[in-house]
Design a protein around this ligand. Structure first.
Ligand SMILES: [Ca+2]
Ligand SMILES: [Ca+2]
Length: 328
């Protein structure tokens, strides 16, 4: 029996495989001879003094109490518990209960550890209620939270699922031991403007026209492009390229900035002296000046903004991005 357990543990690559042993059912007819030897040997495997390698992972159930004798059901064979169904049921139950007693304990942890929504101002987990503050004017109908839960726990809906937060939404976290906890998520709007919320962390002094972190990008533009005070954000600035027929001006804006600007305009012209062409960048392609295409959530949390201007014979083109934020 000990060798069998060792072999199974190797074969299944399960060095701590829990094992429950039911003693032989030959007890009543062979109690004094070989049957008893087998019973004692089966019991010995679960004796941690004799087999310390099995301590805590192997148990033996003595099945003799479940032999109800020849007079109670069964077939009076005198062995195999007289094929009494009640014996089999009770032995199986005892073996299962003893096995459960040596299984590794399952975690009951089911906490929502962190919860955030891209573009949020802040989020707070208090008990089973989560409050996320989003910039004023945020469209709540299709927000995509990211969250983490306790080790071994799972959650529904899963992290990264888009949901309509027009009303409070609930999440159920299920622990490894299958107990559950419900969390309710409420969205509130910030009392300050999105730019002001950004500036608290990234430009605590000066106006949107200043360059707080001196990376060459003014605060207002940096807000729009998703920059921060700890990063040199030059790589986020708009790019200009050409096709056979068009000048192409392109940048990514952080999506939550849409409700944070009075205006976002691309000026263009054939020299740096004058900017005769102006294109308004609004929330969507349809609301923007023709020539502008907005790919929403490309990637998630950002929009890709593209302006295409026909060349029409001009051999050079200049363009600039102007942003006027709500709140300075
Ligand atoms: Ca800057
Ligand atoms: Ca920066």
């Amino acid at each position: 029996m000990a060798d069998l357990i060792r072999d199974l543990r190797i074969a299944w690559n399960a060095p701590h495989l829990p094992v429950t042993i039911g003693t032989t059912g030959m007890a009543n007819v062979d109690q004094s001879a070989d049957g008893l030897k087998v019973i004692n040997a089966q019991a010995a495997v679960a004796n941690p003094t004799l087999y310390p390698e099995f301590a805590g992972t192997v148990v033996t159930v003595d099945t003799r109490p479940y032999d109800y004798g020849n007079d109670v059901g069964g077939n009076n064979d005198g062995y195999h518990w007289n094929q009494n169904a009640e014996s089999y049921f009770n032995i199986g139950e005892q073996m299962a209960l003893r096995l459960m007693g040596i299984l590794p304990s399952q975690s009951s942890a089911k906490n929502m550890v962190s919860f955030s929504i891209p573009g949020q101002v802040s989020s707070n987990i208090s008990g089973n209620t989560i409050t996320v503050t989003m910039p004023a004017g945020t469209d709540r109908t299709n927000l995509v939270p990211n969250f983490s839960v306790s080790s071994f726990a799972t959650a529904l809906p899963v992290s990264g699922s888009p949901r309509d937060f027009s009303s409070a939404q609930s999440y159920t976290v299920t622990a490894q031991n299958l107990t559950t906890q419900k969390y309710t998520v409420n969205i509130v709007e910030s009392a300050t403007t999105p730019y002001q919320d950004w500036a608290v962390a990234n430009a605590p002094s000066g106006s949107s026209a200043d360059d707080f972190d001196k990376d060459g990008i003014s605060n207002g533009i940096e807000f729009l492009l998703g920059g921060d005070k700890d990063t040199n954000d030059l790589a986020k600035l708009p790019t200009m390229s050409t096709t056979a027929t068009h000048w192409v001006f392109r940048f990514r804006r952080i999506r939550s900035s849409v409700s944070g600007v009075n205006s976002c305009v691309i000026d263009a012209g054939d020299s740096l002296n004058a900017w005769p062409q102006s294109y308004t960048v609004a929330a969507t392609t349809a609301l923007s000046t023709p020539g502008i295409t907005i790919q929403e959530n490309d990637p998630s949390g950002f929009d890709t903004v593209t302006l295409s201007i026909p060349k029409l014979g001009s051999d050079k083109k200049f363009a600039r991005l102007r942003v006027q934020t709500l709140g300075q």
